[in-house]
Design a protein around this ligand. Structure first.
Ligand SMILES: Cc1cc2nc3c(=O)[nH]c(=O)nc-3n(C[C@H](O)[C@H](O)[C@H](O)COP(=O)(O)O)c2cc1C
Length: 321
């Protein structure tokens, strides 16, 4: 292949085939269609929707954001419309606003959470029963630090994690991603729990527990008091988490955490990720995901890679694949 040859930018995440290795991260891209006009959807591999649960959920008290050097601390608290409204109103709207102009189906990954194992399974079965064919995969959020009963508890104990993933696996035949937290003593038992329970892929990383205090008022800035850190500051944490997870499993990895440019994405691929998702960067540069796609393509050309998957397999000699 010459320097100008066409690079195959498609990747597989288990059963899910994506035309691009760049997706959007849950909670930073609305329900998927809000960025039409700002980002070139043809360069995206998938869109991940904001977390959805069984009932409409108000989220946390304001303020919900605090900007910090190198990132953002948020405590949205998984505000959402509930799964019924999501499937009836949001999914068809996504089809009209995103898929129709594109002339094809851009995979929509639905991020779910619940307050109990049963609730996770219920949401998953309702999402799977959606006959429109617009939903391509489920991403289970078991790692949100901002809702006590909604995620964190399910992802911080390997046995509970296994039980929750198994329940969702039984409730849904859609490709199943499990989104894990990096702030655990070792990724290994969590990765294994997901693998054993039938997950198709891992999403890494969620935000890191964080807190900001206003020295004038001497009060916590966030209404929820604590929040989750995202953005540039968490990127090296994501690289390490992906590297550790890759050593533990052959499951495909969708990596996120401070991806602002192509180099950040490539770094995660070199650690073992199969695809990346852009999160907080979209808030300051709505076109970021498309630019990152172009940058990865350029990197492949410069390095003589005919397909983007070669980045992942060219690296990490310790990887268990
Ligand atoms: C405002 C905001 C809302 C988020 N909401 C969700 C969510 O609903 N579900 C989820 O699994 N992750 C959520 N996340 C986590 C992101 O998807 C991502 O894992 C994390 O922010 C790290 O990537 P980044 O540094 O590129 O933002 C949210 C992040 C932010 C900043």
């Amino acid at each position: 292949m010459g320097m100008t040859g066409k690079v195959d930018m498609s990747v597989s995440l288990g059963p899910l085939r994506l035309s691009s290795p760049v997706a959007t991260a849950s909670g930073t891209f609305g329900y998927g269609m809000e960025y039409s006009g700002a980002v070139d959807y043809s360069l995206l591999g998938a869109v991940t929707a904001k977390g959805i649960c069984l009932e409409p959920w108000p989220g946390n008290p304001l303020p919900r954001y605090a900007e910090v050097p190198g990132g953002l601390v948020n405590a949205i608290g998984l505000q959402g419309t509930g799964v019924e409204h999501f499937l009836e109103k949001t999914v068809p709207f996504y089809d009209i606003r995103v898929n129709r102009p594109l002339g094809r189906k851009l995979p929509l990954i639905v991020n779910i959470w619940g307050k109990s194992v049963d609730e996770y399974a219920k949401v998953a079965s309702l999402v799977s029963a959606d006959a429109s064919g617009v939903v391509s995969a489920i991403e289970m959020n078991v790692s949100c630090p901002n809702v006590k009963a909604g995620g964190h508890t399910f992802g911080q104990d390997p046995a509970v994690l296994a039980e929750t993933v198994s329940a969702v696996r039984k409730a849904s035949s859609l490709p199943l991603f499990v989104k894990l937290a990096p702030n655990v003593p070792s990724m290994y038992p969590y990765v294994k729990a997901c693998e054993d329970a039938g997950a198709d892929a891992l999403s890494l990383i969620n935000t890191l527990p964080a807190m900001v205090i206003d020295v004038k008022s001497r009060r916590p800035v966030l209404g929820n008091i604590t929040g989750g850190l995202s953005g540039r500051a968490v990127h090296p944490v994501a690289v390490k988490a992906v590297f550790d997870a890759r050593k533990a499993t052959k499951l495909p990895i969708l990596a996120m955490g401070g991806v602002y440019g192509a180099n950040d994405a490539i770094e995660l691929m070199l650690a073992g990720a199969d695809a990346v998702a852009v999160g907080t960067a979209t808030f300051t540069n709505p076109a970021a995901a498309g630019e990152i796609y172009r940058g990865i393509e350029e990197y492949c050309r410069e390095n003589g890679f005919s397909s983007v998957g070669e980045i992942t397999s060219a690296a990490n000699p310790e990887a268990a694949r």
